[in-house]
Design a protein around this ligand. Sequence first.
Ligand code: ZN
Length: 413
Amino acid sequence: MTEVLDRFIRYVKINTASKEDVEEIPSTKRQFDLANILVEELKQLGLKDANVDEHCIVTATLPSNLPPNVKTPVLVFNAHLDTSPEEPGENVKPNVVRNYRGGEIRLPGDANTIISPEDRPILKEYVGHDIVTSDGTTLLGADDKAGIAIIMTAVSALSRDPSRKHGIIKIVITPDEEVGKGTEALNIAALKSDYGFTVDNDELYLGVETFNAAGGTITIRGFNIHPGEAYGKMVNSIRVLPDAINLFPQTISPETTKEHQGYYHPLHIEASVNEARLVFILRDFDYGELKKKMATIQEGVKRIQQKHPKAQVTLKLEEGYRNMKEVLDRVPEVVKTAEEAIRRVGLKVRIKPIRGGTDGATMSFKGLPTPNLFCGYVNEHSKKEFVSVQAMEKATETVLNIVDIFAEKKQKR
Ligand SMILES: [Zn+2]
């Protein structure tokens, strides 16, 4: 078995599902089960400062083996410990399909769960590879244990071979990414690093671009009274609510947009006569366009208030994560190096805008420019999740190439 596969199989068998709506970080104690193992393994690889803190963040440093006068950028490699709470993460039974011949893959634990190249064309490129799936009754957890296995295998290669020259490399494995808190407890400044790489992108994509996000709530307050006494007095929030819903154009929604298009997305309503609430999100790759979308909602809410003066219509609207491209464009060296590293493993550079956020986006805006490297996994957050072992091997080589390229440049800081 190859090292990356061996590590991957060991890691996915440990249940690390995170949990929504928990104040504490980590959201589930079981994430420590894997964190503690990683600390032990990192120590065995010679990273003496390997540690897990009270928030389940694993950190370790591989010191530079370059001459003391040669300074290269300090690099962070990051992956996340937790798996999505959307599907079961307990009792994962990894199933290895050796030398995949093409066509459908039927999962051993559930005959109805089929992975097919029609659904996932990348499978055609994975012919001849070894494919790992779950048995069909659980998640696999390749998102993001593939990333952890890749980083650990790369560190292992570096520590075994002192002739490979490298600068200071920091390993940062974080909890709770799937519940949106991956970097909340992480002190980026304390890492004293120059560039980061998350290893958490699907298929063979390099991620350099995410949405800009905003979200909020429109609240409509009415006045309830017995319907028999209601004439001229009742103010029914439910009657006002359609005007609020109509602020969100149906043709600019997640289900009608793709690639670089942004959207308006009403995602939850609750309503009674007294009060109606509409929760929504706005997304756009272009920050200016996101601002316009926000202004459209703000003006719309004002108009609704004017039209229904007896109701009280209020808006809470906040910005969320930002498109990391804005930060990465200022330091072109990072993405250029990632692209060169991918070309050196014999792959084409494929860039797909990430229609969501990543921890790398947050890290980028906190001062650590961090693109997202591929892991080879597909169908994340689903029982049909799978990963190619050869893609994980290419990803491991990509990480090593990034380290090499920065050492080759021997930059003075
Ligand atoms: Zn992930």
